[in-house]
Design a protein around this ligand. Structure first.
Ligand SMILES: Cc1cc2nc3c(=O)[nH]c(=O)nc-3n(C[C@H](O)[C@H](O)[C@H](O)COP(=O)(O)OP(=O)(O)OC[C@H]3O[C@@H](n4cnc5c(N)ncnc54)[C@H](O)[C@@H]3O)c2cc1C
Length: 595
């Protein structure tokens, strides 16, 4: 059975757990009634299941083709039409401000669409995803003329965007960037250099592609402090916005990759291309972070989305495939064997996946809800609190959901047995496609460093103090007896998080390698605390419905899955804490030449 969008899960989170209606005083939220949300997500599901999903295997098989003579890139069969349908239906502009042609709905609704699109076809969904990141950077730092020229066209998807950071000698360390920008007398800039692995750097959907290029201006200092960001359109628009003269850069080739074959990964060569400075000179990296923070949340969605699609395929397979008998006696006595879903070890993989997906989805939706609040609230204190949550949780959801997303895809392949390793089933594509999400937009190792080095100490640790207080407040609320294990789970996770944070404060500054060596485990402790909190909130909602007579097994199943998380996944926190507390010693003891 092909991917089915988890609309019921989304509606449960939006309407019941996060209770979007309680934010109706905020702009855009009043329109997000349960009726509208339901209709919108059903429609989104039809588009993603009906249009994008059937193209997923096509994209994987065909990949993108580069024509060296014209530097053009042809995307897989069907992608151009699907893109046109998506743009015409307004899917890419759901949460964009109406002044730029969007529908002004909350970002969490757009998130639900993005998850479905990425589950259905990750390679395709990357094209609008990157455009949105570039849109945000121009919205944040562009002057009025730049905003008027680019924002509406990019918001609606008429033009696409791409981000150009990476060069052959630098990925993580952008301070090594060599691409140069020299100023022309007319105030524009000439960009010269090479960029590699640029997603959507060339394609055949849109009449223009707006590249944001990170480059070093003449005389600027070495390192990241010398970088500026330039709007570099493929076709230079005339005053009326019509794409005009071809700019001096091109795609000189495509990368052969392990997955996401339907997405073009381009080598770009800039040969004196015309660029327009975005924001201030030498402040490019700060701007790039606006774009990257948003893109990191987008990558977290990819981890979740691939996990959901792979899990669904595994669950279907496990119900169908007949092998062996249940340890407790035949469950399918009429058949030659029982379906493999009866075996506890298969159940273990499915339950691990389900518990992480549902808890992880809640954490991501909760984070994006705070991003919405930060954007539209007029209450300064509320905005600051919301921004603290987004800043703290962005590296956590990016890293945790992509690490675990890949694990879910690997387990999905395992559930399929040998069939999963063949191309007859989709498990192999999910595994290959999902792997990149742990690497790009800042590797997961870099996310963990960002968490312990920047996000945690920012503003004297304000975001962490507030998160710990929120866990305490939840645990102190009166709760039904059935929720006691969930409240205990929150208390345990909070105490591990507090202990790990104190350890970092005491030992991280004394020896920065202590912070570096424990960053991955610390991030996981925070992620598990986030999931424990989300599972407790979901359990509370579900228990409330059951207590008021709800018979839909959806709610009882939430409690069962939540209990699985508490009993079989949350205990990992203790191991992570033990590893945090070893510090750098065991990690750094071996001499480099001993590897
Ligand atoms: C399919 C694909 C699409 C991409 N799309 C884009 C795009 O659209 N635009 C763009 O600009 N780039 C893009 N990239 C590049 C991507 O963002 C980089 O690959 C990524 O940032 C990592 O850089 P790197 O590959 O140079 O690895 P490196 O920086 O060389 O890192 C190698 C390893 O060392 C670790 N490491 C490096 N420095 C540190 C440190 N200081 N502390 C701890 N560990 C460290 C890393 O975590 C990693 O494990 C894409 C890459 C791929 C493969």
């Amino acid at each position: 059975m092909a991917y089915k969008a988890p609309v019921k899960e989304h509606l449960f989170l939006l309407n019941e757990v996060l209770n979007l209606q309680s934010y109706s005083s905020l702009p855009g939220f009043a329109d997000a009634t349960p009726d509208l949300t339901g209709q919108l997500l059903e429609e989104a599901a039809r588009f993603c299941e009906g249009v994008l999903e059937p193209l997923n295997a096509v994209g994987d098989r065909e990949g993108c083709k580069h024509d060296p003579a014209t530097a053009a890139v042809k995307t897989p069969t069907g992608f151009v039409d699907a893109y046109r349908t998506m743009v015409e239906s307004g899917w890419s502009a759901l949460a964009v401000d109406p002044q730029w042609g969007g529908q002004g709905l909350p970002g969490v609704l757009s998130l639900a669409f993005n998850e479905m699109a990425s589950s259905a076809n990750m390679a395709f969904a990357m094209y609008p995803g990157l455009t949105h990141g570039a849109f945000s950077a121009i919205k944040y730092a562009g002057d009025d003329a730049q905003k008027a020229m680019y924002l509406a066209k990019m918001a609606t998807g008429e033009w696409a965007g791409a981000m150009n950071l990476t060069e052959p000698q630098c990925g993580t360390d952008l301070g090594l960037i060599r691409t140069k920008a020299t100023k022309d007398p007319d105030g524009t800039w000439k960009i010269t250099g090479e960029k590699i692995w640029i997603s959507g750097g060339e394609q055949d959907f849109t009449p223009n592609i707006v590249h944001l290029v990170l480059a070093r201006t003449e005389g600027a200092p070495a390192g990241t402090r010398g970088l500026s960001l330039f709007i570099t359109p493929k076709f230079i628009p005339g005053a009326d916005g019509t794409p005009g003269e071809r700019n001096g850069f091109k795609c000189v080739g495509l990368e052969e990759k392990m997955g996401i074959h339907g997405n073009s990964t381009c080598f770009m060569s800039y040969e004196g291309a015309t660029g327009y400075l975005l924001g201030e000179e030498t402040k490019g990296l700060r701007l790039m972070f606006v774009m990257m923070n948003e893109a990191r949340l987008g990558v977290a969605v990819q981890g979740l989305a691939q996990a959901e699609a792979a899990y669904q395929a595994a669950a279907d397979f496990a119900r169908d495939r007949l092998q062996g008998r249940a340890l407790t006696g035949p469950q399918n006595p009429e058949g030659p064997a029982d379906p493999i879903v009866v075996h506890p070890d298969v159940r273990r993989m499915l339950m691990d996946s389900k518990a992480v997906i549902e808890g992880g989805r809640a954490l991501l939706f909760w984070t994006i809800l705070h991003q919405d609040i930060e954007l539209v609230s007029t209450d300064e204190a509320e905005r600051q609190k919301a921004d603290d949550v987004v800043q703290l949780m962005t590296p956590v959801v990016k890293s945790f959901l992509t690490d675990r997303g890949f694990k879910v895809c690997s387990d999905a392949m395992q559930v399929h047995g040998g069939s999963g390793y063949t191309t007859h089933f989709p498990a192999a594509q999910y595994l290959r496609d999902s792997r990149i999400a742990m690497i790009y937009e800042g590797t997961n190792g870099v996310q963990a460093l960002d968490l312990v080095g920047r996000k945690l100490p920012a503003n004297g640790g304000r975001a962490m103090v507030a998160f710990l207080a929120e866990l305490d407040a939840f645990a102190a609320e009166p709760a039904d007896e059935a929720l006691a294990p969930f409240v205990e789970g929150v208390k345990t996770a909070k105490s591990q998080l507090q202990e790990a944070t104190l350890w970092l404060m005491q030992n991280g500054l004394a020896n920065p390698d202590n912070a570096g060596a424990s960053s991955h485990d610390y991030l996981n402790i925070l992620a598990l605390a986030g999931l424990a909190y989300m599972w407790a909130r979901m359990a509370k909602t579900a228990q409330g419905r059951i207590a008021s007579g709800e018979a839909d097994p959806f709610y009882a199943n939430k409690l069962i899955t939540g209990r699985y998380f508490l009993e079989r996944i949350l205990p990992e926190g203790a191991a992570h804490l033990a590893k945090v507390k070893t510090g750098a010693g065991p990690v750094m003891a071996l001499a480099a030449e001993a590897f």
